[in-house]
Design a protein. Structure first.
Lengths: 235, 135
């Protein structure tokens, strides 16, 4: 069975064995063009180092886990009527409240201010209900990812997966140089690269798919470090 | 700075967009507005999305350049931050002539999508640096 077929079959049977089946292989360029994975020690052609193959594999894993997380959330949360209704309500109320706050003046009556307070309270309640609905998927994702991270950590344990073009700050070195031998802090461990990939890829995927909450809703709910990326589809 | 003389979409462009079945129309018009100076942005979220995606594009371009050159160390990170913030500042203040107060101030516009673009920049920089200089 060719290595490509082996990888495909392994992927169907067990994703972890698909990953481990790729790791010992080297990526070879064939004389007539094209490429394939071969066992280490195989001759012929130029070779991509294992380290760079690990780098690309981690980016690929990050994309897959981001899509998996969004998929789980879609199945458990996004497609439910309750979530759609709550989200629409929150966005409508947020925009209405923002507009009202912009037009309110210093001399606005107590009636108007009380009305705004009531609307804010209503919005806060809806936001809380929305968060409760999302909690379901958060547990499922947390459980899946704990298992996945345990697996990936053991697969990439002690492996230098990339070279950093900078030396991280000392308190980040615990993450970037985790379980790596030696004192070269430009060696990058799996977990650091994975976290960076997830931070960049997952939010962009959410934004591209239009699955993140709106800025107005997040502002009213109180975002962490400011409003995160928004649901705006680029229309 | 007021938006009194905002450039509106020309009618023929809107009709053309509709005639195309609207498939590429709305996106085309947003890109068109983004690349034209002093455009009218009635939907604030639309403009903030433009800022967000421009930041991601700048992060990818700078990550590739920094990785190929290579530019190393915190100097690379500092220059990235300056260019990212500076280019977008020039874009929204000079090119689009936006009233920053409408969007909550310069800081709100500056931090829109910044952390995501920073992470993306680091990933691209690391990938190209590893591929070209350690492969």
């Amino acid at each position: 069975m060719s290595s490509g077929c082996r990888g495909f079959v392994c992927c169907l049977i067990s994703p972890p064995s698909f990953i481990t089946s790729l790791l010992p292989l080297k990526y070879h360029f064939l004389p007539g063009g094209g490429a394939c994975f071969r066992e280490r020690g195989g001759g012929g052609g130029g070779t991509m180092s294992t380290m760079f193959a690990d780098t690309l594999l981690i980016v690929f894993i990050s994309v897959c886990t981001a899509l998996l997380a969004e998929g789980i959330t879609w199945v458990l949360v996004y497609r439910t009527d309750k979530y759609k209704r709550l989200k629409a309500e929150v966005e409508k109320q947020s925009k209405k409240l923002e507009k009202k706050k912009e037009t309110i003046t210093e001399s606005a009556g107590r009636q108007q201010k009380k009305k705004i307070e009531r609307q804010e309270e209503k919005l806060k309640n809806n936001n809380r209900d929305l968060s409760m609905v999302r909690m379901k998927s958060m547990f499922a994702i947390g459980f899946c990812f704990t298992a996945l991270m345990g697996m990936f950590n053991s697969i990439f344990d002690g492996r230098v997966v990339a070279k950093l073009p900078f030396i991280p700050l000392s308190y980040i070195q615990g993450l970037s140089h985790r379980n790596l031998l030696g004192e070269d802090y430009t060696d990058c461990s799996f977990i650091f690269l994975y976290i960076l990939c997830t931070m960049s890829i997952r939010q962009n995927i959410q934004k591209m798919l239009g699955l993140a909450p709106s800025r107005a809703a997040t502002k009213q709910a109180g975002g962490f470090l400011g409003p995160p990326p928004q649901a705006g589809k680029f229309s | 700075m007021s938006g009194a003389r905002r450039r509106e979409e020309p009618p023929h462009a809107q009709q053309h967009a509709l005639a195309n079945g609207g498939g590429a129309g709305p996106r085309g018009s947003v890109w068109g507005k983004a690349l034209r100076s002093d455009s009218a942005w009635h939907d604030k979220d639309e403009f903030l999305d433009v800022i967000y995606w421009f930041r991601q594009i700048i992060a990818i371009i700078l990550g590739v350049i920094w990785g190929v050159v290579p530019l190393k160390g915190f100097v690379g990170i500092a220059i990235f931050c300056l260019i990212n913030a500076g280019v977008l500042y020039l874009y929204f203040s000079s090119f689009q002539q936006i009233d920053e107060e409408e969007y909550g101030g310069t800081w709100e516009l500056t931090k829109e999508g910044f952390m995501t673009s920073f992470a993306l920049f680091l990933v691209v920089w690391i990938i190209f640096y590893t591929a070209i200089h350690y492969d």
